[in-house]
Design a protein around this ligand. Structure first.
Ligand code: NDP
Length: 344
């Protein structure tokens, strides 16, 4: 059985969802009330692979909202309680979606194995980052040529290059062979370490990288206040919006700039579930975050272990393995709409 731990994208949206489900008390409640609320197992589903194998799954809402990010103790408790619920529910492999894996890593929750009376078994959880990194790389490789961008000559900027997903994307792009890798993040030292381990890549600040890049892979959570000077971007430019939340399409809207929702996959058939309705997927019955899909793929493959775990442990071999399984079970990385790719 696979599990997905998710959360609403904002407090406002969480309240609207509670209202639609008939939980008026929650819909009217303030943030303090939501901080105290326990996680909920909101949905159970059955999913059939293209190979014919059927598995069972469950969606757990951690009742976390991004407005709680600065309330460290609350954020920490929300993630651990949701993991405890997944384990108590007998789920074999659960993906930590949205901000939950970042909270887990940033707050070093590995030290917090015991939640209430439950000893958390880390083998039952995955960040889903290996599959996310593979999907983002597929999105670059499949869509850049559609825009006339030759990757062998292209400058590929990775914003969040020193992160877990970003460093994996850099290693993949290096193996594939791109014109030049541009490495972007805020802290210099992790970028220097990455550059040393790759033996290539140019470290730039964001504005410089945006001016030079043919492809921009965004794998960092960026502030709402971020502004992009679209006039200075190269045209055509392919942008893969792999961060969370996905807020680039309005910021980078311009002729010749093509923004693709990154780290999203489409399943080969509809799944009778509600959980992706709130994630603003174009086809919520079959589209989902790649990190969630990783838990499904691992369950289809009977790999009940923490496949993606810790930081900067993603290898090309693991990306190849999860990618091959992803295709076999009927997942496809989201691509540019044909009309959009022909428009400019
Ligand atoms: P990490 O915390 O490991 O890495 C984040 C990276 O972004 C670091 O290199 C960090 O470096 C950099 N960064 C953070 N803020 C900024 C900023 N303002 N400007 C430039 N760089 C910045 O995160 P992950 O690799 O685990 O995840 C990356 C993103 O992908 C997250 O937004 C996550 O929510 C999202 N994600 C999306 C999924 C999906 O859509 N399917 C699935 C999983 C994750 P520094 O701190 O030095 O700036």
């Amino acid at each position: 059985m696979f599990g997905l731990i998710g959360h609403s994208t904002s407090f406002e949206e969480a309240r609207a969802k509670a209202r639609s489900l008939g939980y008026d008390e929650y819909a009217d409640g303030d943030l303090d009330m939501w901080c105290a609320a326990p996680p909920q197992l909101v949905e159970k589903v059955q999913v059939t692979s293209r190979t014919g194998k059927t598995i069972q799954g469950a969606y757990i809402d951690s009742v976390f909202v991004p407005e709680m990010l600065r309330r460290f103790k609350t954020a920490k408790r929300k993630v651990l309680k949701a993991m405890e619920l997944a384990q108590r529910s007998g789920i074999d492999i659960t993906a930590l979606g949205g901000f939950t894996s970042i909270i887990f890593e940033d707050m070093n929750l590995l030290r917090e194995e015991r939640v209430s009376a439950v000893q958390l078994d880390w083998q039952r959880f995955t960040t889903g980052n290996t599959h996310t990194a593979w999907v983002v790389c597929q999105q670059v490789e499949e869509n850049a040529p559609k825009l006339g961008i030759d990757l062998a000559q292209a400058r590929v900027a990775v914003v969040g290059a020193s992160g877990d997903i970003g460093s994996a994307v850099c290693r993949w792009m290096q193996r594939r062979g791109v014109g030049e890798l541009l490495l972007v993040a805020r802290r210099p030292q992790p970028l220097v370490d990455l550059q040393t381990s790759l033996g290539e890549g140019r470290i730039l600040d964001l504005d410089e990288a945006l001016r030079e890049a043919d492809v921009v892979v965004w794998v960092a959570s960026l502030p709402q206040s971020l502004q992009i000077d679209t006039a200075s971007l190269r045209k055509p430019c392919l942008m893969i919006d792999g961060g969370y939340p996905k807020n680039l399409d309005s910021k980078a809207a311009a002729d010749g700039v093509h923004v693709l929702k990154g780290g999203i996959v489409e399943f080969w058939q509809d799944i009778g579930w509600q959980m992706m309705e709130v994630a603003e997927m174009a086809k919520p019955q079959r589209q989902m975050f790649a990190c969630f899909a990783e838990a499904m793929i691992l369950d289809f493959e009977d790999i009940h272990t923490n496949f993606s775990w810790g930081r900067n442990n993603i290898t090309l071999a693991l990306m190849d393995q999860i990618g091959e399984a992803s295709r076999r079970h009927g997942f496809q990385a989201l691509g540019l709409e044909p009309a959009t790719s022909q428009a400019h």
